[in-house]
Design a protein around this ligand. Structure first.
Ligand code: AKG
Ligand code: FE2
Length: 309
């Protein structure tokens, strides 16, 4: 596979109730998804059933927040030993060989909510989005369990505490600042440096600006061109480790689009980073000893420690 496939989730997405989805349907779709995740590590999903109105509301509310004065945003900044809250522009470096990422973000985990928000509305939209993303994530868990020949409930059970303190699954709104002139950009600086995601799976909602690129094996970096109403879904490195490199966590990055018009525009995206419960042992599912077992939390902490802040 040398491009990112589009998978139709109509029969297994949130437009269907769980009772409507039989194992044969899950098996069929899991074969298709597995093909994508064992080769490209990425796919687009359409007809996922997550409310379009809710997604649009989150993009709008996040943008209002990011475009508010820095002094205002400071009130909601991420506190030490917590992931919840605002992270200022250029505060993260995903590829240490490059200058700081040209982005800022707002992270939400229900269990770390300090109840300090720019507005009740922003909080409610994040809460609702977190719930819908979790519901869709559980559908993905069933599909992956079946696709890998495990009990249907296997991955669901390992993720059942999403939203609770012993699970680090997070919703992150990202804002890539508009670049007024090229002189603002340091040599080698991009919107988000090359990296693989840390967890099980990432669900990414992007606007129409573009810039996300995916390093397909044997092909090189290809654009993950925005396709309206789809989510970009990719495997994280914990899942690659868990499956002894069967499912692959593909490196990706966000460039600054060259087109003059787009250069002066901000870009927005929203990511839902799915993590297993903290104490879940990540032991190679094929019974091999390719990777040393460690808990989901130990693995996440190891990866976070490698990220430069
Ligand atoms: O904004 C994007 O399109 C991708 C962001 C990303 O890869 C990440 O935050 O892990
Ligand atoms: Fe990423």
């Amino acid at each position: 596979m040398d491009s990112i496939p589009v998978i139709d989730m109509e029969k297994v997405g949130l437009l269907r109730s769980e009772a409507e989805i039989d194992v044969t349907t899950l098996k069929d779709i899991s074969d298709e998804i597995k093909k994508a995740f064992t080769s490209v590590g990425f796919c687009y999903m359409k007809n996922h059933g997550i409310s379009k109105t809710l997604i649009e509301s989150l993009f709008r509310a996040s943008r209002d927040f990011f475009e508010s004065p820095t002094e205002e945003k400071q009130k909601y900044r991420r506190l030490q030993d917590s992931y919840f809250g605002w992270m200022s522009p250029e505060s993260e470096i995903l590829n240490p060989k490059r200058p700081n990422d040209l982005k800022e973000s707002f992270n939400y985990l229900p269990s770390q909510d300090t109840n300090v928000w720019p507005s009740k509305r922003f909080q409610k939209i994040n809460q609702d989005m977190y719930k819908q993303c979790s519901a869709f994530a559980f559908r993905l868990m069933d599909i992956l369990s079946i696709g890998l020949g495990l009990e249907k409930a296997h991955f669901k059970e390992c993720h059942q505490d999403i939203g609770n303190p012993n699970n680090q699954t997070a919703l992150r709104s990202l804002y890539y600042l508009p670049i007024e002139t090229e002189s603002e950009i340091k040599p080698g600086q991009i919107r988000c440096g090359e990296h693989t995601d840390y967890g099980t799976i990432t669900m990414l909602f992007q606007d129409d600006i573009g810039g996300l690129e995916v390093n397909i094996n044997g092909v090189g970096y290809v654009p993950a061109t925005p396709i309206p109403d789809t989510i970009v879904v990719n495997i994280g490195s914990l899942m690659q480790r868990w499956t002894s490199d069967h499912l692959i966590a593909t490196a990706h990055r966000v460039l600054i689009p060259e087109a003059e018009l787009k250069l002066r525009q901000p870009r927005q995206s929203v990511a839902f980073f799915i993590q297993p419960n903290n104490e879940t042992m990540i032991t190679c599912l094929d019974g091999s000893d390719k990777y040393t077992p460690m808990t989901s939390r130990q693995y996440l902490d190891m990866r976070i420690n490698e990220t430069v802040y």
